[in-house]
Write a protein that binds this ligand. Sequence first.
Ligand SMILES: [Zn+2]
Length: 351
Amino acid sequence: MSVAGRAIRAADHLLGARLLAAQKRRQAGVIVLYHRVSTGPDAAYPPLHPAQFQAHCEILKRSFSILPLGEMVERHRRGLPLGGCCAITFDDGYGDFLEHAHPILQRMSLPATHFLVLQSVLEGRPNWNWRANRLAQAAHGRRDVPHSFEVLGRLSGLEMVGHLGRWEAARRNDWLQEAEDALSQNHRLAPEPRMLRAPDLAQCDASLISWGSHTVSHAMLGWCEPAALRHELADSRLELGRITGRDVDFLSYPNSSFSQAAIAEARSAGYSAALAVGQSEVSWTSPLMALPRFDIGWMDASRLRLEVCGAEAARSALLGRRWVMKWLVAKSRRKGASRGLGGHKARRSHE
Ligand SMILES: [Zn+2]
């Protein structure tokens, strides 16, 4: 394990439980977010390994009361204590949820809410963010990218999301399809992941899993015109409700993009709460239509407690105590040296 990894473990050992207790005392709760849980590689959206997800769930179950999102929202609405409460959420509707995450949640009796993109459920294709990422990676460093798609060679996946995010959904979809057709002429594109379809949703444990909307097309709502907002929010709620046979009361904003107009439209479409990503805890002052979540679906379980207690709080607690940093570095060196992996010379020999 790297020195940084050992320092994180030592920091978690030293501060994790104390920061959790402090969070509980200040009556703040936590909503966590995952995307993919799978054993397979996916360069466009690297998944969390199921063993890591299991480790996450064990830490969450030990550290918090895991509530259905609806109960957490109700506690927030009624001003009841949120300290020690946690809700688990997933975004995007990847098919590996059913194969890898759902069995673990079921075995551990953990409730979760999965936010679905209506188009992915209906058509079985991943959302445009994934497709833009895959294209940017496929085009990287290539000289045979057609001129009309040369932007793919210039921008990273993240920059592509920013570039395409302002486009109207149909135009964006057409452009992506044309780019995929053009690039796949001379290059094999990575296969698309399986997405959750209506029969998959019916297989999930209805006593544990609830469904939310992640819009019709994974739209960046902050950029949408009023008519598109209405379609993305109202139509996805109605249609997902019809497909799942359950009320769809909650919304999560794709790419955490929203505006005052999007909030107003979400309210009038009938959502009772909406979720963003803010890497911060939920308190009574958190707005019900923009509750923050911790995106932890990419991190090693050893970082989890520090992260959900507020990475900023943990970092400032560490930086505020220089002796802690010195102690952590010394401790990780001692541990490394005792295993023959620590010192500078030993590491160099492994490079
Ligand atoms: Zn998403």
